[in-house]
Design a binder for this molecule. Structure first.
Ligand code: CO
Length: 294
């Protein structure tokens, strides 16, 4: 009799000790062991020097989330094709999620490494939702917001930008940031960023390559303030094609040429935002916040 009770007690204890490590996921009677993963999603860049930004984010993510596998995807088809021709194969978001699904990931945190909530981000959200609703899909997918999403992000981004300005710049000299810009309504973030920056430092300007404000608008603003020198800095995660050519290139229509012609001396800084730890920390905080919803 006593022996039986002891055995029951032992089994009870045993199951208490062992079961928690087999936490279950999935609500359809399937018993999958929890397998967490991270998918970092960037627009991508084919410029070798720009990889420093992605390597920095990769390193910081792995350091923050130890033991959680980190996967990558690029949203730009053009970049993926270009890289493939050079023998480097990057996944799209759909391919990366399909692979993770097949590898049995039950919980995936997708972190957008984009700057604003534009078209690339919208598409990322739609793709992630598709995998969530798919039979045998990934039941738990959470998405981390891009760099500049809330007013709280705005304040952090403004503080980081001001900290990252080269020390030798004098207050009467301008800092001109180059954002990407888009036809998406989120383009308004660039002007909002300039407003928030100028409340702290009236000579910081934000223009875009493909949206508004344009370089012509910025040139007029510099002229009005009689500014003679400007530091040009990309406001994109990488110092890629746009930074090297559209901003700092020697072509007639580069920002450097346009401003130089308007008698503004230009000094270029070829560093993407993801090369600065204070910026990367904002993305990492977003990833942490997303993972809290698992
Ligand atoms: Co572009």
């Amino acid at each position: 009799m006593k022996k039986k009770i002891l055995v029951v007690l032992f089994l009870g204890l045993f199951s208490l000790l062992v079961l928690p490590s087999f936490a279950l996921a999935g609500g359809h009677g399937h018993k999958h062991a929890v397998k967490k993963g991270i998918l970092l999603v960037a627009f991508g860049s084919s410029i070798p020097e720009a990889q420093i930004s992605f390597k920095n984010i990769d390193k910081k993510t792995k350091k923050t989330f130890k033991n959680i596998p980190v996967h990558w995807a690029y949203t730009s088809k053009i970049i993926r094709k270009k890289l493939a021709r050079q023998g480097t194969y990057l996944d799209s978001v759909a391919t990366a999620l399909a692979k993770m699904m097949d590898q049995g990931f039950t919980h995936v945190a997708v972190q957008s490494l984009h700057t604003i909530r534009g078209e690339e981000y919208d598409e990322l959200v739609r793709t992630a939702h598709a995998f969530k609703s798919m039979p045998e899909g990934i039941n738990h997918i959470v998405i981390g917001a891009p760099l500049l999403s809330t007013q709280n992000d705005m304040e952090k981004v403004v503080a980081a930008i001001i900290k990252n300005i080269p020390r030798k710049r004098k207050k009467k000299e301008a800092v001109v940031l180059m954002g990407h810009g888009t036809h998406h309504p989120a383009n308004a973030f660039y002007a909002a960023l300039m407003f928030n920056l100028q409340r702290q430092d009236p000579n910081i300007f934000v223009g875009t390559v493909e949206g508004s404000p344009e370089i012509g608008d910025i040139k007029a603003m510099l002229k009005e303030k009689r500014i003679k020198k400007a530091y040009l800095m990309p406001f994109m995660s990488v110092a890629g094609d746009h930074a090297r050519n559209d901003m700092a290139g020697d072509e007639d229509d580069s920002w450097k040429s346009v401003l130089t012609k308007a008698r503004v001396k230009c000094s270029v800084v070829l560093k993407g935002t993801a090369e600065y730890d204070n910026m990367v920390n904002i993305w990492i905080e977003h990833l942490k916040a997303a993972m809290a919803h698992f």
